[in-house]
Design a protein around this ligand. Structure first.
Ligand code: PLP
Length: 445
């Protein structure tokens, strides 16, 4: 892709390249395609960052955005509201599981997770148990780039050079079946993960643990689909110990798994809070939020401190343009795209799975329209590849030559295309991946 000469500091640079880091330019997009600075048309394999769910250049979303900006471009959420914010809150309360019928809008996923954590802290202060503040997350998880949300992160390299609130966070193992100990059944692996959480509760004491935060599928950790009973059992442990279960659905909500929220519809759980962002506007406007249970707010209303202020808010909370876009986006998703995802996801997963016959591929896994190709050094031991080989980047480079953008993650490639992708386009994508991985194998011999 063409290089951009600019003063732009892009996210996640390394120290030696800050300010000198030039990334590929994208000039335009349409449907599942983007066009780069050389006029090359590429399939947007990761849908931006798991977010362009209805596809690029959707005229209906663009129209709503313009109309709302001309009607009311901004209102202070501190002392006013807007019709789009009210309407979106009602629709989301209706679609969310259980009694999650309150929503606090934010500007994206990190601020949604940060808000959920601060609600937990505030609630425990108001309820007179200020020591109940520990947050439990998992290795392999990603929850954001603000201080508390980033403190939960557990992917390699997330914290090597960054400060975090380690005194507030405890981490459990990633529920990654592919990396379970050799010879162990999935059932035994699941039992071990649940036992690990139970032991942590025992050690730290339930009175000190405020929340367990989990992506139902660890997305940027490599599309880790947990063992079948894992989420229900972790949810039950939380309920037994009065620990809030916060489902981070920043990636899994709004269609990626074929439903508006995946917690109940796909995994059969009702969390205490759900964080969302990305697909809520298909990435057309920065918006996120937290669904919160009525029970929790009712407890706060009836507490001994009804005047305690939840001193937390964002200038762009409940932004009317973002909320208007989200309403139209939801209409598009529910008007056929969710059905399309449910009809297509079997083919999507099976065709990608066929890549497992390539010697470099250790496992292809996924659910709905999200998947990960994990490459290994050898398929007998499934040993990880050494980082210096940069296999993900090599596959991405070859695939770009062939017409596909891939999201490389060390030795993995993540696929999460716009949800409007057709069956023929899935086949083209898989064909390019096969050729891109084969070329990478040729490079490595
Ligand atoms: N949570 C999850 C599961 C994510 O994947 C991400 C971003 O990729 C975030 C939170 C942070 O969202 P944002 O980048 O919008 O702040």
């Amino acid at each position: 892709m063409a290089k951009i000469p600019s003063a732009l500091v892009q996210p996640w640079p390394s120290a030696g390249s800050i300010g000198a880091d030039r990334r590929g330019l994208l000039a335009s997009g349409e449907g599942i395609y983007v066009t780069d600075g050389h006029g090359r048309k590429l399939i947007d394999g990761p849908a931006g960052m798991w977010c362009v769910n209805v596809g690029h250049r959707n005229a209906e979303l663009a129209k709503v955005m313009q109309e709302q900006a001309l009607e009311l471009s901004y209102n202070s959420p501190w002392y006013t509201t807007s019709s789009p914010a009210d309407a979106l809150a009602d629709v989301l309360a209706d679609r969310a599981p259980g009694d999650l019928n309150h929503v606090f809008f934010t500007t994206g996923g990190s601020s949604a997770v940060e808000t959920a954590l601060r609600i937990m802290q505030f609630a425990n202060n108001v309820r007179g148990r200020p020591e109940k503040k520990l947050m439990v997350s998992r290795q392999g998880g990603y929850h954001g780039s603000t201080y508390l949300s980033a403190s939960l992160n557990g992917r390699p390299r997330d914290q090597d050079w960054m400060d975090s609130a380690t005194h507030l966070v405890r981490k459990l193992s990633s529920p990654d079946p592919f990396r379970r100990p050799e010879g162990m059944s999935i059932e035994a692996f699941e039992d071990g993960l649940v036992a690990e959480f139970a032991a942590l509760i025992e050690k730290e004491r339930a009175e000190r643990i405020g929340a367990f935060v989990a992506e139902p599928i660890q997305a940027s950790g490599g599309v880790i689909v947990p063992p079948p009973g894992y989420l229900k059992r972790m949810r039950a442990l939380c309920a037994e110990n009065d620990i809030l279960f916060i489902a981070d659905e920043v990636v899994t909500a709004f269609g990626r798994l074929g439903s508006v929220f995946a917690s109940r519809d796909v995994f059969g759980i009702e969390p205490d809070m759900i964080t969302f962002a990305k697909g809520v506007t298909s990435g057309y406007f920065p918006l996120g939020g937290v669904m919160v249970s009525a029970r929790l707010f009712e407890e706060l209303r009836r507490s001994n401190h009804p005047d305690a202020m939840f001193a937390h808010g964002l200038t762009y909370s409940s932004h009317p343009v973002g909320c208007a876009v989200a309403l139209k986006n939801l209409e598009l998703l529910e008007g056929g795209i969710l059905d399309h995802v449910n009809a297509l996801s079997g083919h999507f997963q099976t065709s990608l799975k066929s890549l497992e016959d390539l010697a470099l591929v250790g496992e292809v896994r996924g659910l709905g329209l999200m998947a990960c190709i994990e490459c290994v050094a050898d398929r007998v031991s499934n040993n990880p590849l050494t980082l210096d080989l940069e296999v993900g980047k090599r596959i991405d480079a070859h695939c770009q030559d062939l017409g596909l953008l891939v999201r490389p993650l060390i030795n993995m490639c993540v696929m999460s295309p716009p949800l409007t992708i057709t069956i023929e386009q899935v086949d083209t994508m898989v064909d390019i991946l096969r050729r891109g991985i084969s070329r990478t194998m040729d490079d490595l011999v």
